[in-house]
Design a protein around this ligand. Structure first.
Ligand code: UDP
Ligand code: MG
Length: 143
């Protein structure tokens, strides 16, 4: 955000959203996409992919030194995922609010991770965490 942006200005942003393998396997993709539309996001990209282990490692490279990196990239390459680009006012924070906390046990009722997540790893959805991350993540899948 730059210094010329007035406080409280409407920020039309893009975020990457992913329906993770656990949710696709449980046939929750339709419900999650319906929620995205109900939240009034514009879906400006959508595709189903099955990541290789290397692609999952590249996507989560920021977490390469974390204890969960091996297991996470194994999980993320274990089945099909649905990748989306969502647009809207404050899309990054809006989508993270709809997903809820990383750990489904801590996610608020009404959030996707509360409803559909089964563990801190298998938590149904992914969202970007900042404008620069969103740009990098969208570019990763839409070069
Ligand atoms: N994750 C995990 N164990 C942890 C923390 C995170 O398996 O202790 C997984 C989880 O799937 C999470 C992803 O790694 O969604 C990325 O972690 P991050 O901290 O970026 O959480 P997010 O931004 O997805 O809420
Ligand atoms: Mg994150």
């Amino acid at each position: 955000m730059d210094e010329f942006m007035p406080r409280g200005a409407i920020m039309v942003e893009k975020t990457l959203a992913i329906i993770k393998p656990d949710a696709v396997k449980k046939k929750l993709a339709g419900k999650i996409i319906q929620r995205i539309e109900d939240e009034d996001f514009k879906i400006s990209g959508l595709k189903m992919l099955h990541l290789t282990r290397e692609e999952a490692e590249g996507f989560y490279i920021i977490h390469k030194d974390k204890h969960f990196y091996n297991s996470l990239t194994d999980f993320m390459s274990s089945g099909e995922i649905v990748i989306m680009v969502l647009e809207g006012e404050n899309a990054i924070s809006h989508w993270r609010k709809v997903m809820g906390a990383t750990d489904p046990a801590l996610a608020e009722p009404g959030t996707l991770r509360h409803a559909f997540g089964s563990s801190i790893e298998q938590n149904s959805t992914h969202g970007s965490d900042s404008p620069s991350t969103a740009e990098w993540e969208i570019d990763y899948f839409y070069k």
